[in-house]
Design a protein around this ligand. Structure first.
Ligand code: SAM
Length: 207
C-alpha cells in the first residue's frame, strides 16, 4: 500500500510513510471489510461515513508538515485511523467527532492500541477552544467555507488543511498558512469528502 499508493505518487515525508507502514489499517474497519482496507479507495465505517483512501491520508498528513511534539487538532475522528497516524508521527493529537457511535468506537480502538489521543464528542467546526491554539489543524470532511474558529485557534505560524467547496459533492483541498498575522491559501486540487456538518459547516438534513 505504502509503496504503490503513496511513494509512487510522490509522497516523500518519511514520518508519514513510516507511520502508515507501522499502523495496521484493517484494525480501523469492520471485520467484514478488512479485506478491502488496504485498497486504493475509501472504506465505509458506518453512519454514512468513510475512512479516507490511503493516498488522501498520506497527502493530508504530508501537507501538514507535522513535527514531533506539535499540537494537532483533527476535525472528523471517524475510524480514528488519521488520528493514529498523527500520534505515531509524534504529534499531541486532539480529535473531535460529532457522531457518538464513531466517537466511542474510535476512542476504544485507540486506547487498545495504547495511543495517547485526546477525544471530544462535539461540533468540530467550533474547534476545541479550551485546548487551543494548535500548531496544525486537519479537517477530514468537506464544508462550504473555512470555519472561522479554526483559523482563530491556529498558532502563528500554523498550517490548516481542509477540503472546501461550494457543492456537497466536490471540494478543493486547501492548505492555509497563517504567518505574521496574514493568511495565505494554497489550492491542492479537487477532492470529494463526506459533509462537514455543523455551525460553521453544512446544515444537517439539507441537500
Ligand atoms: N479521519 C477519519 C478517519 O481517519 O477515519 C475519516 C473521517 S470521515 C471522511 C469524516 C468524519 O467527519 C465523519 O466521521 C463525520 O462524522 C465527521 N464530521 C463531520 N462533520 C463534523 C463536525 N462538525 N465535527 C466533527 N466531526 C464531523
Amino acid at each position: 500500500m505504502v509503496r504503490e499508493q503513496l511513494e509512487e505518487r510522490g509522497i516523500t515525508d518519511q514520518r508519514v510513510l513510516e507511520a502508515m507502514r507501522q499502523m495496521p489499517r484493517h484494525l480501523f474497519v469492520d471485520e467484514a471489510l478488512q479485506i478491502q482496507s488496504y485498497g486504493d479507495h475509501p472504506v465505509p465505517i458506518g453512519m454514512g461515513q468513510t475512512l479516507s483512501q490511503p493516498y488522501m491520508v498520506g497527502l493530508m498528513s504530508s501537507l501538514l508538515v507535522v513535527r514531533p511534539g506539535m499540537r494537532v487538532l483533527e476535525v472528523g475522528t471517524g475510524s480514528g485511523y488519521q488520528a493514529a497516524i498523527l500520534a505515531v508521527m509524534g504529534a499531541e493529537v486532539y480529535t473531535v467527532e460529532r457522531i457518538r457511535q464513531l466517537y466511542v468506537l474510535a476512542k476504544t480502538r485507540l486506547q487498545h492500541l495504547r495511543l495517547q489521543v485526546n477525544h471530544k464528542l462535539d461540533d468540530g467546526t467550533l474547534g476545541w477552544p479550551e485546548q487551543g491554539p494548535f500548531d496544525r489543524i486537519i479537517v477530514t470532511a468537506g464544508g462550504p467555507t473555512i470555519p472561522l474558529p479554526l483559523l482563530e485557534q491556529l498558532t502563528d505560524p500554523g498550517i490548516l488543511v481542509i477540503p472546501v467547496g461550494p457543492s456537497r459533492r466536490e471540494q478543493r483541498l486547501m492548505r492555509i498558512f497563517k504567518k505574521e498575522g496574514r493568511i495565505h491559501q494554497e489550492d491542492q486540487g479537487a477532492v470529494a469528502f463526506v459533509d462537514l456538518i455543523g455551525s460553521h459547516g453544512w446544515q444537517p438534513g439539507r441537500p
